[in-house]
Design a binder for this molecule. Sequence first.
Ligand code: 8YV
Length: 321
Amino acid sequence: HSKTIAILVPGPLNEQALSRIDTQFTLVKTQDLVTSVVPRDLAQRIRGIAAIIPVNAAMMDAFPSLEIIAHFGVGYDSVDVRHAAEAGIMVTNTPGVLTEDVADLALGLLLNAIRELPRAENWLRSGHWVAKGPYPLTKMTLRGRRVGIFGLGRVGLAVAHRVEALGLPVSYCNRNAVPDAPYPYYTNLLELAENVDTLISVVPGGVATAKAINADVLRALGPNGVFINIGRGSSVDQEALIEALKSGIIAAAGLDVYADEPNVPQALIDLPNVTLLPHVGSATEYTRGAMADLCVDNLISWFSSGRPITAVPETAHVLPR
Ligand code: 8YV
């Protein structure tokens, strides 16, 4: 591929993705997307961006030859896709390759929250097993639970299959009913929450889902309620969640995503009935490698054939210049 094509990588990116971009294209690496750090003549030559960090309208406009933004990740709420579509800029993401690992993490959080696995392990590690005896019986169990899944996309479906294997009934809420999904469908999240005690959120970020999981939804889950989030922190009213966990409005939570990553409120960290992970849903070498390949393959495909592999729906119509 043409070394004349310059690809900007602002901020951190997977090593495998970086090295493949460097082999195929002219790699321009910067700390962040402050455009002033890219010399003017070089900025003119940037035809693609590969990034995890947010890309807004001003950043797109700063690169007059920009054709494609290859986002590293399936959720692309950090990219202003509306502006990209208007400006004729293709945006791609990395769906599919991370589905199973992310779905596995939902189960991990569910088991951690309900069976208190991190605390039980800590009991052993801190010598309590010897000194004080067995770990106390847990108040919660998975048995008898009804699970609601908010967002039945690729990952949501993979979570549903896992929950079925646990022997628990699944229902869901989604923008639209999913054809062939054998689970009861609710158009309304509050209604779903009223009919389950365990809610797993797998929705993307953005305005459509902003703070969708609010105080009312949490209250509807009830005092035995468990909330799991592997989607985006922006979909939760984090203050309401902290209050619900503090006051027993729900029983427990398991979180991989937060409102303002990597900042997790101390109030959340101080709570004993929440299990917290540092956004590791897709964080295996195996899956991150596959995401890296898909991210770079999108660039290669675009510049060699004018078609990306996994365009986001908002820019699927965009054609090469
Ligand atoms: C991140 C994710 O992209 O794919 C997503 O939407 O949230 C994660 O896989 C990943 O953390 C980027 O490094």
